[in-house]
Design a protein around this ligand. Structure first.
Ligand code: CMX
Length: 134
């Protein structure tokens, strides 16, 4: 069902303040930034091998990322696994009793289709399924 780790999401207060460390100090390739209005975040993507780091800045106090930062501070927010068929992956998890935040795919960054599994079903790790848009 899973093909690889697509990205690790990191909650930040400010992309402008956080991006230089990843791009310049760690030397990751900056792929661009994009607002994902549906998720109330602006994301910056950086390539690291075959996976990516996704920096997430909230665009509203109602953003799940704003709530996360308020409660836990900036840091690792979620782990995203790449899947080939997101509908089939959601159906399998639901059939096996997992608690899905999204029972239907939503729009993610860079044309992806995404669905979150609730951290209560995944050992405290907010888990994303991610199907590339190509
Ligand atoms: N990782 C692990 N646990 C988390 C978490 C996270 N990122 N965010 C919240 N939780 C935990 C909380 O600590 C809390 O645990 P306890 O009950 O033990 O205290 C529990 O989940 C409920 O959290 P809450 O603060 O009451 O927050 P909400 O219920 O309002 O929302 C969640 C939590 C995960 C359902 C919500 O953040 C959500 O729907 N997330 C999915 C969407 C998302 O995160 N989008 C941003 C990224 C978009 C992108 O990558 O494009």
């Amino acid at each position: 069902m899973l093909t690889k780790i697509n990205h690790i999401g990191i909650a930040v207060k400010s992309l402008e303040a956080s991006l230089p460390f990843y791009r310049d100090n760690l030397g990751m390739v900056f792929l661009g930034s994009e607002e994902v209005a549906e998720q109330k975040v602006t994301v910056a993507m950086l390539q690291i091998g075959e996976s990516k780091i996704e920096l997430l800045e909230p665009t509203s106090e109602e953003s799940p990322v704003a709530k996360f930062i308020e409660k836990s501070g900036p840091g690792i927010h979620h782990l995203a696994y790449e899947v080939e068929n997101i509908e089939a992956s959601i159906a399998k998890l639901l059939a096996e009793g997992a608690r899905m935040i999204d029972e239907k795919p939503r729009s993610g960054a860079h044309g992806t289709r995404i669905a979150f599994v609730h951290p209560k079903s995944s050992g405290g790790v907010l888990t994303e399924l991610c199907q590339p848009g190509h």
